[in-house]
Design a binder for this molecule. Structure first.
Ligand code: VGL
Ligand code: ZN
Length: 208
């Protein structure tokens, strides 16, 4: 496929804390950076998301005495997985990977800034009610087809893909330009849910 005027590439959370050496390091998270740089040159419309938590965020295990990372707790909007402190606003861990080069990016969506609500999806916070504004941006600008790459396939990429399908967008994930956390089968579950929802899966070599 060749990206056109209604295609939008969204690069999800390619931040230091999700790359090797980071606070919530995803295996080979940095390996996708050259692929994404290359993809980003092929799309006319490109945006980025940035996980952007205040200190003491509810999703941090450190905010819940006696709890450890990767345990789950019940919160107002359902079950919350607890994470190591990561992507704290204005820290080096929250910065984009230094080799990420996306000069054309027209939009950066920051998410997870409400102290009491996590936000995996780029469209809605995890309460499934508070919008980030991305759906409105895409609609107003006639961007009907969303292409996703980044970290993590099974959390922020998958939740974004599913919300975008619910909002009526055509959605494709660029599989080799994503990396997963894969907690207890979460990657298989996310891939199945995306296929069920009509999310297409493509490899980056198919974008020309
Ligand atoms: C993410 C867990 C916590 C992600 C963000 O980018 O997939 N995962 N915060
Ligand atoms: Zn986060």
């Amino acid at each position: 496929m060749t990206p056109g005027a209604s295609d939008f590439l969204l690069i999800v959370d390619v931040q230091n804390d999700f790359c090797p050496g980071g606070a919530l390091a995803v295996k080979d998270g940095d390996a996708i950076v050259p692929l994404i740089n290359d993809l980003a040159r092929r799309f006319r419309h490109v945006g980025l998301t940035q996980d952007w938590h205040p200190r003491g965020h509810q999703s941090f295990a450190s905010s819940h005495p006696g709890r450890k990372p990767f345990e789950t707790i019940a919160v107002a909007y359902g079950t919350q997985t607890l994470w190591p402190d990561h992507c704290v606003q204005d820290t080096a861990g929250a910065a984009f990977h230094p080799k990420l080069h996306v000069p054309r990016a027209e939009l950066v969506i920051r998410k997870g800034f409400d102290p009491a609500i996590d936000s995996y999806s780029a469209l809605y916070e995890n309460d499934h009610t508070t919008p980030t504004g991305l759906a409105g941006y895409l609609r107003e600008r006639g961007l009907t087809q969303l292409w996703l790459a980044g970290i993590a396939t099974d959390y922020c990429v998958a939740w974004s893909a599913l919300d975008a399908r619910r909002e009526g967008f055509k959605v494709t994930i660029i599989e080799d330009a994503c990396r997963a956390i894969d907690l207890e089968g979460s990657l298989d579950r996310a891939m199945a849910a995306m296929r069920e929802a009509g999310v297409a899966v493509l490899r980056s070599a198919a974008v020309t």
